[in-house]
Structures are given as structure tokens and as C-alpha cells.
Design a protein around this ligand. Structure first.
Ligand SMILES: NC(=O)c1ccc[n+]([C@@H]2O[C@H](COP(=O)([O-])OP(=O)(O)OC[C@H]3O[C@@H](n4cnc5c(N)ncnc54)[C@H](O)[C@@H]3O)[C@@H](O)[C@H]2O)c1
Length: 334
């Protein structure tokens, strides 16, 4: 049994609180938000703090869930590691490559502390099965991979939480905040990327700083060709789609179902993953799995979770996309 704390009681915290509440091996020790008005989000009988350091000193949780704006992920995680608390940090690992590498170095400085980055879509059953199919070689080698994220964010999404629209506090827009999971899966499923030619821009008229739309052509080291397309300017939030072409079969994930695509475009269901309940179905339903995997690692001294070092590559891909878009040419991954 471990005792967990949650820092940041905004949008994503409900998913973390649910994952903790549904896990019989985890007790919620305390919650924290600098915004006093969020006190009523603390479940009955759970202490609320506005200062996470004070919370840690008084409650001594085993783990702390970092559900904060992006610019706070590394500094708050570093402080928690210094205080001897295991960290379960929301994505992204950091704002940029330099900060991500500093964060990765923290794992060596504090080997007594485990730090997991919440790239939960790696644990979706559809992802696990597609990865198994690709890695098995059963259908030959990978020739093409496409990730498509057709989402929508209204103006209030940014005006309610202004950090989300700024470079300094978010580190980007669509890529770092919405489509990061899919960009991560491009690498997780497709392997190392060699070169990228990308375009990035903003098709909405909200007056925010960060990008809302990205298209990137990728050349994988294994010879496969990739296309990544993400937008926050669809008319609604539709399912992420991932398509993988292998020499002897084409596979497709949509609405949390993995299909094999037949020669007449017919779809044979390979597996169905549960959807996250409610409006934000598109988060995927694997937070609880990742929380349990981390709990096991903390309690048994295991190593099977997404380390900080495993979460750096997606930041490299993101920065390469920005750089390629700026230079408007094919460039090597940074
Ligand atoms: N894994 C996923 O699928 C997924 C989905 C959505 C969001 N996220 C991530 O979750 C994180 C939070 O996003 P959000 O949309 O919930 O943000 P949010 O703005 O809704 O919530 C952040 C909360 O942190 C609080 N806060 C700010 N500074 C604090 C501090 N120093 N100490 C304590 N509390 C503080 C704010 O008052 C706010 O309530 C982001 O990293 C985001 O990318 C992940």
C-alpha cells in the first residue's frame, strides 16, 4: 500500500484522482493547489494545501502526481526528488530539449527516487498489440506510419487558463499539449526518426502565441515513411487515428479499436481497448494502468515505467518540427 498526493487540481487531476480512488493499493494522502477556490475538489477527509512543500513535509506521501502547467514540471519534480518523494509527472517531460535533458539527469542524481512521465497512450491495448505486430516481423517490415489528431479547442480553453497559449509556460500548442501522445507513438511504434520536413502554424484567430496546426513528413531510420498531422482547428474532437503499413498488412487504430485493413478497405477488428468515460474520451483510458504500474515499481523496486529518459525523444521530435518549419526544409532530428 502506498500513499499518494496530487499537486494541481485542474482539468486532468480528476483522471488522476479517479485512478487513485479505484486502486485498492493506493491511499490519497493529500491534495494541493495554489488556488484556494479549488479546496472543494479535495475528496472528503483529504487534507488540502496551497503549498506543495508544506504538504510533503507534513503528510510524507510516497508519491506525488504533478498535474501542473508545463513550465512547472521540471522544477517541481526536482524539488520533490530532493525531498525524497517518488514523482508521477504529467506529460510533457519539459518545455524543450535542454530542460528535458536536465530532467533526465535528475534520475542519476536521485537514484533513490523513481520518476514516471505519464505517456499513458503507450499502454492502450491497441498500441500494445500494434507494437507487438510491428516488432514481431510477422507482416514484414514497416513501410509507412501515419498519426492524425483532428481535435478542437475553443477560445475559452485558452482564456480560462492563459498559460496554455504561451511559449513561456506551455512551450508550444497543439504538439506539446494535445498531440504529444500521438507524436510519441510515431517514435514508439516506428522507431528512430532520421529527418523531418514540417509546417507549423495557427489557423485560429484567438491571438494566442503557440501553434495550433502541424504537418510533418518523417523519414525513419528503418526506411519507413511517416506523416504526422495534428490540428486544434477541427470542428470537434474526433478520434486519434494511427495507420501502420507493413509489407504484408495494413493496420489502423481509430476509436480505440485496432483493425486490419483488407484489400477492399474492409476492416477486421483485431482488438478493442476501453474508452475513457465521459466528454474527454480522447484522453485514452490508460491513466489507471500507468498509475498501477508505477505503484508496483515503487513498492517492489521495479523498473517498468516510462522513465524521464524515455520521454525526451518526443520533445526532440517536436523541436525538430518547429525548426524545420522555421527553415522550411528537410532537417536531421535535433
Ligand atoms: N496525459 C493526458 O492525456 C493529459 C490530458 C490533459 C492534460 N494533461 C497535462 O496535465 C497537465 C495539467 O493540465 P490541465 O489542463 O489540467 O491544467 P489546468 O490549468 O487545468 O490545471 C493546473 C492546476 O495547477 C494549479 N497550480 C499552478 N501552479 C501551482 C503550484 N505551484 N502548486 C500547486 N498548484 C498549482 C492551478 O491553479 C491549476 O488548478 C499539463 O501538463 C497537461 O499537458 C495530460
Amino acid at each position: 500500500m502506498i500513499r499518494a498526493a496530487v499537486i494541481g487540481l485542474g482539468t486532468i487531476s480528476a483522471v488522476h484522482l479517479d485512478a487513485i480512488a479505484s486502486n485498492p493499493e493506493i491511499t490519497l494522502a493529500a491534495v494541493c493547489d495554489t488556488d484556494e477556490a479549488r479546496k472543494d475538489q479535495a475528496p472528503d477527509g483529504v487534507p488540502f494545501y496551497t503549498d506543495y512543500c508544506e504538504m510533503v513535509r507534513r503528510e510524507r506521501p510516497d508519491t506525488a502526481h504533478v498535474c501542473l502547467p508545463h513550465y512547472l514540471h521540471y522544477p517541481v519534480s526536482r524539488k520533490l526528488a530532493e525531498m525524497g518523494v517518488h514523482v508521477f509527472c504529467e506529460k510533457p517531460v519539459a518545455l524543450n530539449i535542454a530542460e528535458a535533458e536536465q530532467f533526465a539527469a535528475l534520475e542519476a542524481v536521485h537514484p533513490e527516487v523513481k520518476i514516471c512521465i505519464c505517456l499513458q497512450n503507450r499502454m492502450n491495448e491497441t498500441t500494445v498489440e500494434l507494437k507487438r505486430i510491428i516488432d514481431s516481423g510477422e507482416y514484414g517490415r514497416l513501410t509507412g506510419l501515419r498519426g492524425f489528431v483532428p481535435w478542437y479547442r475553443d477560445p475559452e480553453y485558452y482564456s480560462r487558463k492563459p498559460w496554455r497559449g504561451t511559449w513561456a509556460e506551455a512551450g508550444g500548442g497543439s504538439m506539446i499539449n494535445q498531440s504529444l501522445h500521438t507524436l510519441d507513438l510515431m517514435y514508439y511504434l516506428g522507431g528512430e526518426v532520421d529527418r523531418i520536413h514540417a509546417m507549423a502554424g495557427q489557423l485560429n484567430d484567438y491571438g494566442i502565441e503557440v501553434e495550433g496546426d502541424v504537418v510533418a513528413r518523417m523519414e525513419f531510420k528503418n526506411g519507413a515513411r511517416g506523416l504526422f498531422f495534428a490540428t486544434n482547428n477541427n470542428w470537434t474532437n474526433e478520434s486519434v487515428q494511427i495507420r501502420a503499413a507493413l509489407e504484408k498488412g495494413v493496420f489502423h487504430i481509430e476509436d480505440n479499436i485496432l483493425y486490419r485493413i483488407g484489400p477492399d478497405a474492409d476492416r477486421q477488428v483485431i482488438c478493442r481497448a476501453p474508452r475513457h468515460e465521459g466528454v474527454r474520451f480522447y484522453y485514452g483510458a490508460s491513466h489507471a494502468k500507468m498509475v498501477e504500474r508505477f505503484r508496483l515499481a515503487v513498492e517492489t523496486g521495479g523498473d517498468d515505467y516510462v522513465h524521464v529518459r524515455d520521454a525526451v525523444m518526443v520533445i526532440r521530435l517536436m523541436e525538430t518540427i518547429f525548426q524545420s518549419a522555421k527553415e522550411d526544409r528537410l532537417i536531421g532530428v535535433l
